[in-house]
Design a protein around this ligand. Sequence first.
Ligand code: ATP
Ligand code: MG
Length: 316
Amino acid sequence: MTDILSMGELLAEIMAERVGQTVTEPGVFLGPYPSGAPAIFADQAAKTGATVAFVGCAGQDGFGDLIVERLRSNGVDVSGITRTDTLPTGTAFVTYQEDGGREFIFNIANSAAALIDADSVDPALAGDCRYFHVMGSSLGSAGSIAAVKRAIDLVEAAGGKVSFDPNIRPEVLTSPVIADAIQHVLEHCDILLPSDADLQYFCGDASEADAVATLFDRHRLEMIVVKNAAEGCVYHDRSRSLHVPSFQVTEVDPTGAGDCFGGTLISCLAQGIDIERALTLANAAGAMAVTARGPMEGNTTLSELDSFIDTANRRD
Ligand code: ATP
Ligand code: MG
């Protein structure tokens, strides 16, 4: 049995060297770094001790080697990743704004990442996993939406759970078809890992407490964990809420923190780690992720997280 199945875009990421740099004039860019939200998640889940399988597609090129080798070397089962010579590996270019915002230019739709479809999902694999994790960023094409829906059907039928990080970015949310797919996953998920912005997307200007109550009311959800960047996270189930403060770190690159947080949390749940320790470890993983440049360069093992927790200062 596999603990976690992750699926979606495998990317190479190229990042601006300095804050304030733009893509409208020449500048120094760093990379390529292995990336893609579901890949960052899978890598972190495997590093923290879960058995993880990945379904995706990469080009028959160096960027594909970069990401597939990283996942393989950290223990992810990459047998569900196909390689193609018809399209290149997906890419993301990222620049950082003075106000802390980021701007992405993705090529997912015209890359190998867009070549997955319902047939990419091996029923034996999906029917044998305990958690299937969906990233909102992976719902960008008809094929990837069909793949996610098929995996959800198979995992549900086998009694597994679905976790969902909506990760709604304006760059990716480009059509009503994608909005419908987000809604479909929301209706079928057990564990929701939204940011504040994701909650706002679902529930408008409602307070967090009201938004969470509405979501529990409307859907079968058993757990909602709201990620609040430097403030940590707030866990909600149907009977209680718990704020878990984060750790003091110097942020170098925020990309990947949420994916890394989710990878740690679901990995811990799959390994039977109690929820309070799981949330602390997930916060620590998110904090450590932002201290390293590169979307998955700050990924960590459980023992690295434990050493960090022993020495780091908690925020409050
Ligand atoms: P993204 O989608 O950009 O990866 P996100 O919005 O999904 O991010 P964040 O809330 O930014 O997720 O980060 C996830 C978790 O990582 C937070 O809940 C927190 O535990 C940790 N974290 C993120 N940024 C910081 C920071 N600056 N300092 C300490 N911890 C942080
Ligand atoms: Mg996110």
